[in-house]
Design a protein around this ligand. Structure first.
Ligand SMILES: NC(=O)c1ccc[n+]([C@@H]2O[C@H](COP(=O)([O-])OP(=O)(O)OC[C@H]3O[C@@H](n4cnc5c(N)ncnc54)[C@H](OP(=O)(O)O)[C@@H]3O)[C@@H](O)[C@H]2O)c1
Length: 292
């Protein structure tokens, strides 16, 4: 039995679509469960902040997909790191009680030599909690995921489509290595059959490393829009978070914290995923072509 957390979210929803082709029993945890016509998919009510609910939903589970973050509409928004820590610890404790065999997790990529944003520091902490839990794990780390419904992608799309003149702020030269959503799902679901990925963490990204400025320039070109990029000094974090929080189809809290993370480089460390999975992620240009 697989327990899928975050099944109503961007990554979890895509994992669910892919897993459902495998005809394995899947238990989806949500605070607002839906119903399913698929006999292999069961929705269960639970909240990662409620330990007892996790003990109930992990009973009889072999593998947990942990695809949760707390940056959205939580009560104490500025303390999402505290909530993320509590949630991860609750899940680990419940997994130990019910002898869950493996946790599969997707998190944000970060450079160990940099001072991390609130969002990335919290992601790193959750990753460490899982890695040190004593339960087998496979962890993937990504930067911007290119796909409809993805928070970072929707912010990129909004900026490029809505602003004929795009201010380039202090994050101009931060480097990023995006990845197409289907490639992320290929890793997350494919690792079920790859025992060599147990107790391993991997950075995942497309072959292209670019700056945020180049990312926006290439995206504008791909969607056929002429844009003027103007360098403005300062980070303007608060104001850009407020404006984009109103315009993008993403929770304004998430937008705010994603913008704060633009100062951190997100470039993959080398790994042997090509050998293990037999494929390489598609280029940034190709992933945009699939979406527009
Ligand atoms: N999107 C990206 O570009 C990207 C990039 C790198 C890494 N990641 C990682 O991918 C993972 C999933 O992110 P996402 O983009 O799919 O996020 P998302 O679309 O915002 O989904 C978040 C999920 O978390 C669930 N959730 C939040 N609070 C919960 C709670 N208290 N109890 C139970 N469920 C709760 C929500 O479920 P309900 O509200 O239905 O309960 C929702 O399904 C995260 O670890 C994130 O760091 C994402």
């Amino acid at each position: 039995m697989i327990l899928l957390t975050g099944s109503t979210g961007f990554i979890g929803g895509n994992v669910l679509r892919s897993l459902s082709e495998r005809k394995v029993p899947i238990r989806c945890l949500s605070r607002n469960p839906q119903s399913s016509a698929n006999p292999d998919i069961f929705y269960v009510t639970g909240d990662v902040l409620d330990y007892d609910s996790l003990v109930r939903v992990t009973a009889g589970v072999d593998i947990v997909y942990y695809l949760i973050h707390m940056m959205g509409k939580q009560k104490e928004q500025q303390k999402f790191n505290i909530l993320d820590r509590l949630a991860a610890n609750n899940m680990i404790r419940a997994c130990r009680v019910n002898k869950v065999r493996r946790i599969i997790h997707l998190t944000g990529m970060s450079d160990p030599d940099e001072i991390l944003s609130h969002h990335l520091a919290s992601r790193k902490e959750v990753e460490e909690i899982i890695r040190k839990s004593g339960i087998d794990y496979t962890i993937f780390r990504a930067s911007v995921i290119i796909g409809r419904g993805g928070g970072a992608f929707e912010v990129l799309d909004t900026v490029v489509r809505k602003f004929p003149v795009i201010p380039i702020l202090d994050w101009e030269n931060t480097r990023v290595q995006p990845i197409y959503i289907d490639d992320v799902i290929h890793y997350l679901v494919g690792c079920l059959d790859k025992i060599e990925t147990i107790n391993q963490s991997y950075d995942i990204g497309c072959p292209d490393i670019m700056t945020y400025r180049e990312l926006m320039e290439q995206y504008a070109k791909a969607v056929g829009l002429k844009r003027l990029f103007v360098r403005v000094h300062g980070s303007w974090h608060w104001i850009s978070g407020r404006v984009l929080g109103q315009l993008a189809p993403v929770d304004p809290n998430v937008v705010y914290w994603l913008i704060e993370s633009l100062r951190n480089n997100m470039v993959c460390e080398p790994n042997d995923l090509k050998k293990i999975f037999g494929f390489e992620p598609i280029s940034f240009e190709e992933s945009i072509r699939k979406l527009v």
